[in-house]
Write a protein that binds this ligand. Structure first.
Ligand SMILES: [Fe+2]
Length: 220
């Protein structure tokens, strides 16, 4: 059986990203402490990653790729990496798919007419690992308030029910209770607020953070 491959290989992505250095920190006051896994940051016991609102901007059919931001995408370069794990928080789930979408650095979403800009699907490797290359999303306004910067994802695996969630960034002033989304979103969940650190890779500088996803509900 033919195995689907990401459109861009990691090596090719790294080659292209070396052309771009990280700009000074933008809108967010992001922490620079070394990243740990999301669960460890929460300091709590093993628990499934919590769901969050899908929102109105999801589009099916995004291309398979680990770089959802091409080199010309404006913004601070960001790497999010982690693993997708079973309910014991230890068993790696190979072949899980993360369907990811986010706003650009100015807080706007884009769609198919822009080649699914800032959208993509990536698959975990044999160790359940993934690595996403993108830019830091911007906060966006709802009414007279703002949503904190976030990355949406739907995580699927054949053995578990799909998980729709969002990840957030430590130090964001719009996290709950200031989130314009109100009670419909859960941006105060410490298990989904990641710390970022500066990272040098092949001559370029990136923000980088870890986000492990724990699936907890068996599929049907
Ligand atoms: Fe959103």
């Amino acid at each position: 059986m033919m195995v689907e491959r990401d459109v861009l290989s990691r090596r090719a992505v790294l080659r292209s990203l070396t052309l771009f250095a990280v700009r000074p920190a933008g809108v967010l006051a992001l922490a620079v402490a070394p990243a740990g896994v999301a669960r460890a940051q929460a300091g709590g016991p093993c628990a499934p990653t919590r769901a969050d609102l899908e929102g109105p901007f999801y589009l099916p059919g995004a291309p398979r790729r680990i770089a959802i931001a091409p080199p010309e995408e404006p913004g601070d370069r960001l790497i999010v990496r982690g693993r997708v794990l079973g309910p014991d928080c230890a068993t790696p789930l190979a072949g899980a798919v993360l369907d990811v979408w986010q706003a650009d650095s100015q807080g706007s979403y884009h769609g198919p007419t822009e080649r699914y800009r800032l959208r993509g699907r990536l698959r975990t490797d044999a160790d359940g690992g993934y690595e996403l290359f993108t830019v830091k999303p911007g906060a966006y306004r709802i009414g007279d308030r703002f949503r904190p910067a976030h990355i949406h994802m739907i995580v699927t695996h054949r053995a578990y029910a799909p998980l729709t969630t969002q990840l957030y960034f430590k130090g964001d002033p719009y996290l709950a209770p200031n989130d314009a989304c109100g009670a419909a979103c859960k941006s105060d969940d410490p298990g989904r607020i990641i710390s970022l650190h500066k990272e040098e890779k092949m001559g370029g500088e990136f923000w980088a953070g870890m986000f492990d996803v724990v699936l907890g509900q068996p599929g049907t």
